[in-house]
Design a protein around this ligand. Structure first.
Ligand code: SAM
Ligand code: SF4
Length: 360
């Protein structure tokens, strides 16, 4: 598809030409300049950093079986990532999540955690991992200052795990979760993608397993961002998940939630735990989105589904980093953010990058 068509489909007329306001005597403009606010008034404080596009699994909903990974020289170094975080923090970013690909495949990830934890203004660091290498790394990550851990696990059944991830290893993920618990991580969230044909079998065992182990379970509706052909019919909806758990595990009630958080939280009435649902398809949270993304190869993206990205690698590479240019790129990218992802619209265009190369 031509660039013009992509733009015509996805961008409100004229938005591309508009620039973020320059600072001036008007205090609201000054506020705009010192924080990352878009044209819909959304303030962006949440940065997701992909540290690699490599992965030791091949989840069908995320990436193709045969994939060429980027050369290491194309990836941002830990120092470059930290420099970017430092600049972003001056514009109000205070939450960072490390992801990938599989972040634990990046050698000595704990060193990056330590560097980011020391950046002034960063209050919260998390990692999203498939858990395969977690048993070996949980303690070093904890010692580096990491406390929040999201582990992706769609099924406890070895056969369905192999079908979904094209690899073996469910027992390693479970060992990783045990190690994270022993190391002292809290909260530990278990993320599961809800795909029709799988979720019907896995929702209840996963809910019981998480409740028994004190893990916060969160289901993510299957989104059109992987290599597989996505169809709306393949989405197992949040409402179906909640009904199934309420019926088969224990009664749920809505719990207080942060309105900017993507997950709708529910608690078991008997106080035995919580379940979250990220209803990206049936109830998009775009209106309160506060996220920006940095890919492993140094591209800034204002949405998971963005069709355009800004290269910041060159601004970070070399003897001295161009701080003002990075701030400009961040402001410009956030200012150009569209209202929502349009998954449900006929005009939806799937990005060229699949999930593993963006950073989920
Ligand atoms: N490899 C790590 C993992 O799996 O946790 C981190 C990267 S992965 C891309 C981040 C999250 O994206 C995972 O929880 C994964 O299940 C989710 N994900 C990948 N493809 C998805 C899709 N098509 N729809 C919904 N979630 C997806
Ligand atoms: Fe790898 Fe995570 Fe994608 Fe699965 S979802 S292929 S574990 S990056």
């Amino acid at each position: 598809m031509s660039d013009e068509r992509k733009t015509a489909l996805r961008w409100p007329l004229g938005l591309l030409e508009r620039q973020p306001p320059a600072p001036g005597p008007d205090s609201s403009l000054a506020a705009h300049h010192s924080s990352l606010i878009d044209t819909f008034g959304r303030r962006h404080n949440n940065l997701r950093v992909s540290v690699t596009d490599r992965c030791n699994l091949r989840c069908t909903y995320c990436m193709p079986e045969d994939v060429t990974f980027r050369d290491k020289s194309e990836l941002l170094t830990f120092e470059e990532i930290t420099a970017f975080v430092r600049v972003a923090a001056t514009l109000g970013v205070n939450k960072v999540r490390l992801t990938g690909g599989e972040p634990l495949m990046r050698k000595e990830l704990h060193k990056l955690v330590r560097l980011i934890a020391a950046v002034p203004g960063i209050m919260d660091i998390g990692v999203t991992t498939n858990g395969i290498l977690l048993a070996e790394q949980a303690q070093s990550l904890f010692d580096a200052g990491l406390r929040r851990m999201n582990v992706s696990l769609d099924t406890l059944d070895p056969g369905r795990f192999r079908e979904l991830t094209r690899r073996d290893g469910v027992e390693r993920v479970i060992a990783g979760l045990d190690a994270a618990k022993r190391a002292g991580f809290a909260p530990i969230k278990v993320n599961a993608v809800a795909i029709r044909g799988f979720a019907e079998y896995d929702v209840v065992p996963l809910a019981r397993y998480c409740r028994d182990n004190g893990f916060e379970l969160r289901f993510i509706e299957y989104m059109p961002i992987g290599a597989d052909l996505w169809e709306r019919e393949k989405v197992f909806f949040a409402s179906e998940i909640l009904a199934l758990i309420g019926r088969e595990v224990s009664e749920l009630m809505p719990a207080n939630t942060d309105p900017s958080a993507p997950a709708l939280e529910y608690a078991y009435r008997d106080g035995s735990g919580t379940v979250g649902v990220i209803a990206s398809v049936s109830r998009p949270f775009c209106s309160s989105c506060n996220r920006i993304r940095l890919t492993a190869d140094g591209k800034l993206r204002n949405c998971l589904f963005a069709l355009d990205e800004t290269d910041v690698k060159e601004l970070l590479r070399g003897s001295s980093i161009n701080e003002e240019a990075i701030k400009g790129a961040l402001r410009q990218s956030v200012w150009a953010k569209w209202e929502g992802h349009e998954i449900n619209a006929a005009t939806f265009v799937k990005p060229d990058r699949t999930m593993h190369a963006i950073g989920g």
